[in-house]
Design a protein around this ligand. Structure first.
Ligand code: C2E
Ligand code: MG
Ligand code: MG
Length: 637
């Protein structure tokens, strides 16, 4: 009840945003009101000057002195009020107390002016417009809480009526007019207040949803950037450093799937609460999904991360939950310009740090010079891939695959190389992973297939014997494009028979996007391409893959051969895989063969095909013929 009365009187505690909104509206009104008053009063002063100079009206020197003073007083106070309003609107002065003092003082001066001027008019039987205008200005154009506006209006009308009535007793008509005007002003002032307040509340709501994350109530990405930018600016001007910590919840997706969205949302809200609790002086925001960011003072961010991990893990059910955090420490922003763009770069760095430990047991990683170099390299690769393709810096090296029985090359594997004019020869280990990470790998793969098709048509077709070429596909090719149609299109363009183009799919591809993959594999089969399973044994789902998919060739990952001569279990395992291939109707192919012993052993086990440095490293097409001739000689011997 008391609260309701307070709201009615406009004296309840207001949200700072609503208060600022209403104050700003008042200051905007002040701009126009004061300009108008300055103009009118200046004109009045000119009128007095004319009276003095030309004696147009008869006014006593006393009248002229008093009025001149009043006009000047009103002009000066209007100018001061106007200057204050301009400073306020530019954000230079934002003190609530000072604003109220200015407003109050201006209001008092205006009302006293109005009362005095109109009193003089009234006793001469003239209209009292000056008084009405001033009260209207300060209580209806400027908005006050109802309690204050009603007090101002009542006091002004009371004093004015009392003075006038004392001098010349008011008629009934004057009483009625005064009373109705008084009521009208009270109503207008209250109406204006309500209207302004509801606008402020609506705006505050919009402001909230555009700056806050609905789910967790903390800042959203856009507003975080704005707020963090300001904090950085302030810190850099004091030469202070800050820690930007990017958080990622490990296994959030699994948790969501296991317990449903409601629980997943609860976990996110909880994470936000934990972050606010552990970093009370920080700016906490949710960027997207389970990605949070905190800008905090630099004191021991690792300890903070540890505490977040401990608190969050308490929450888990039977899904393992953990966090990963990437930390970027600024050195007082000496190197970076402050501003929105820089905060984006810094967020990127902390995210990069967290990504770098995605597959490690670490929970926390600082963005250091080493990571910075890696980031630069990745950016280089991603930003140059299109140009590299266009300008022919992407090349294909071919590595022969040997038929173990005959010792002759029976196929070639196409391997991508990037011959960069600035960085020299880059190996796939450097760029494949990056292109996959930035989802650009399909561009490279399609280009490699095109080079292979062109080589098959222009070079290999002129050779005595044309060897089929296997190309490597990334698991992302199945997501990023219709890879089977791309291959068909290129094979048609270069008139390549499909048995010359074989497709290597890595084991890891098969545990992702089953639908797209199934469709593409079917299409490859329909087009009569042989399908090879690459890197068998490198992942965890090897045998499941064999159960679900059929392949023509199975490439045993070269990691297996590392056990040769070192591990007694190696031989029976290798033997069993080769036997398994026979039973499933697949050709076995061992990659990474580096020594004669390995080769002899594999032949003994019945391995169909071998590939490795023992026979040849991958070579460019102009060296291939010579390499193949040597292999014929060595292998056959
Ligand atoms: P992969 O398909 O398993 O290719 C075999 C890798 O082993 C090649 O490395 C090859 O140079 C290397 N290698 C061959 N014989 C030996 C050996 O005896 N000893 C050792 N230590 N290594 C040997 P490379 O060319 O660096 O390629 C690495 C991986 O990059 C490839 O593994 C493949 O997964 C990927 N890759 C290469 N080219 C492409 C491509 O055009 N597209 C896609 N998506 N991936 C590619
Ligand atoms: Mg391969
Ligand atoms: Mg392989």
């Amino acid at each position: 009840m008391i609260e309701k009365i307070k709201v009615l009187l406009g004296i309840e505690k207001k949200d700072p945003y609503v208060r600022d909104y209403m104050e700003s509206s008042n200051m905007r009104a002040v701009k126009y009101m004061c300009s108008f008053v300055i103009f009118v009063e200046t004109w009045m002063i000119f009128r007095i000057i004319r009276i003095v100079l030309f004696g147009i009206e008869t006014r006593s020197p006393e009248w002229i002195k008093v009025h001149l003073r009043l006009y000047i007083l009103l002009i000066i106070s209007s100018i001061l009020m106007l200057l204050y309003a301009l400073a306020y609107l530019r954000g230079k002065l934002r003190s609530h107390v000072i604003t109220q003092t200015f407003k109050g003082a201006y209001c008092l001066i205006s009302v006293v002016f109005g009362i005095y001027v109109s009193y003089l008019d009234y006793i001469k039987g003239e209209q009292i417009m000056g008084f009405l205008t001033m009260v209207l200005f300060v209580t209806c154009l400027l908005v006050w809480p109802p309690l204050i506006s009603v007090l101002i209006i009542t006091a002004s009308f009371g004093v004015f009526y009392y003075l006038c009535d004392l001098a010349v007793p008011a008629t009934v008509a004057t009483d009625v007019n005064m009373f109705t005007t008084y009521i009208a002003m009270v109503m207008i002032s209250i109406g204006n207040y309500r209207q302004r307040k509801s606008e402020a509340l609506k705006d505050a709501g919009l402001e909230y949803t555009s700056t806050h994350d609905d789910l967790t109530g903390i800042l959203n990405m856009y507003f975080f950037r704005e707020e963090a930018g300001k904090r950085f600016k302030a810190a850099s001007s004091r030469g202070e450093s800050l820690a930007l910590i990017y958080f990622d919840i490990v296994n959030f997706k699994t948790y969501n799937e296991r317990y449903g969205f409601t629980e997943g949302n609860r976990l996110l809200a909880n994470m936000a609460d934990v972050l606010k609790e552990i970093f009370p002086d920080g700016i906490v925001a949710r960027l997207s999904d389970d990605h949070f960011i905190v800008l905090a003072p630099p004191d021991d961010p690792e300890k903070g991360v540890q505490k977040v991990q401990e608190k969050l893990v308490l929450e888990q059910g039977d899904v393992y939950l953990g966090i990963k955090a990437g930390i970027y420490l600024t050195d007082g922003m000496k190197k970076d310009k402050s501003g929105v763009e820089d905060i984006n770069i810094l967020c990127d760095r902390s995210r990069f740090a967290v990504k770098s430990i995605k597959h490690t047991p670490d929970i926390c990683c600082f963005f250091d010079e080493e990571l910075h170099e890696l980031q630069r390299r990745k950016h280089y690769i991603v930003s140059r891939i299109d140009k590299a393709i266009e300008q022919g810096h992407i090349r294909v090296y071919y590595q022969p695959i040997i038929d173990a029985k005959s010792g002759k090359a029976c196929a070639l594997e196409a391997l991508a190389r990037w011959d960069d004019p600035e960085k020299g020869l880059l190996s796939p280990g450097v760029f494949i992973e990056t292109l996959e990470e930035y989802r650009q790998i399909h561009k490279l793969d399609i280009h490699i297939i095109e080079i292979v098709c062109r080589d098959l048509k222009e070079f290999f077709s002129k050779w005595e014997e044309v060897l089929p070429v296997s190309v490597n596909l990334s698991r992302l090719d199945f997501e990023l494009c219709d890879i089977a149609s791309e291959v068909r299109h290129l094979a048609e363009k270069y008139e390549i028979s499909s048995d010359l183009l074989e497709i290597e799919i890595t084991e890891s591809a098969l545990s992702h996007n089953p639908e797209e993959l199934d469709r593409a594999m079917n299409n490859f089969r329909i087009a009569k391409h042989n399908l090879w399973l690459d890197d068998f044994g490198a992942g965890y789902s090897s045998f499941n893959v064999l159960k679900d998919y059929s392949f023509d060739v199975l490439k045993i990952d070269m990691k297996f051969l590392e056990g040769f001569g070192k591990n007694e279990r190696f031989e029976p395992i290798m033997q069993s895989i080769i036997t398994l291939c026979d039973k499933l109707g697949m050709l076995s192919l061992a990659e990474g063969v580096e020594t004669e012993e390995e080769y002899e052993f594999l032949k003994k086990c019945g391995c169909c095909r071998v590939q490795g440095y023992y026979f040849s490293k991958p070579v460019p097409i102009d060296k291939l013929q010579r390499v193949l001739a040597e292999i014929h000689f060595e292998g056959g011997g």
